[in-house]
Design a protein around this ligand. Sequence first.
Ligand code: SF4
Length: 358
Amino acid sequence: MTLKLNIIQPKIGLEKEKSQMSNGQWNVLEKQGYRKIGNHSAVKVCEWTKKMLRGHGGCYKYVFYGIRSHQCLQMTTSMFCASRCKFCWRGLKAPVNKEWYGPIDSPEHIINHSIDAQIKLLQGFKGNSELNKKRIKEMGNIRHVALSLTGEPITYPLINEIIKAFHKRKISTFLVTNAQYPEQIKKIDKVTQLYLSIDAPNKKLMKKIDRPLFKDFWQRTLDCLDLLKTRDYRTCIRLTLIKDENMTDLKGYADLIHRGDPNFIELKSYMWVGESQRNYKPSNMPFMDDVRNFSKELLEYMPEYELMREHIPSRVVLLIKKSLKKKSWINFPKFFQLIEQNKEFTAEDYCSKVIMGN
Ligand code: SF4
């Protein structure tokens, strides 16, 4: 399929010609399995997509929510972000900025080329007769997008438009942000599940761990949490737990969580990978037991939540609001039906019990 590049010139007029990344930076990422899409987006096949195709099980979002990992597109719509998190694998060479810069590609261009790139990257699986034929057949039919690969996808000026375009194609949307862009969250009409990454329980630790660019980073985080509370669709707060660093101040975490009032909380172990190895040691990775114990201690401050499930390979625990009655999976057909009807709806309307064999 030949697709035309469709660029919308930026209206904001910021450094029109400046690209988000240099050719050298793109080359490094290409060698790591990334594919550049247009001017500011990228795709990389998730390891769990490959594992599911090999019959080695799905990712934790499959177990928790029903995301079919072999039909999931992992991508970003922006290569820069506004923090230099110590636990991030990208390191100090990754682009950082506070505001959008460079051209703005159209949602349709990004979606078409991203799907195309993912299918090309997965071609090698087709020739392997050992693999599950049904899944191989299904892998080209993308059903989910995880906007979280790298950078801050939410900074893309047309973030709401691209989310809508994904929904039109019956592709569910998971959007992850590190809570620095409240004005972008306001733009989003509906998303299948919105994540805020909260990397520390208080301002002092957040400054130390995230090394944010914005001077008012804490207020931005609080504003994002306040907005999260007003969203009717499914919301989640993710904590990345780093031993001897941020596994402290349970009350601080509980206060932030209460402020954002999410449907779900994911507590996930930091992984000692990439450039983060310069900042931490393997011993900073909590074991599954550490994550479990920390989750239990946190629950003591938040009686309205309960333990839902865990995924040992990813060292992650899911907590759920008791009011959701353990319905952590997503009823995708219902979600798209609600979107098509264009009426107001709530998270409860498309939450479901585990549907095995999905
Ligand atoms: S949801 Fe995340 S972890 Fe799961 S397959 Fe998609 S990108 Fe990978």
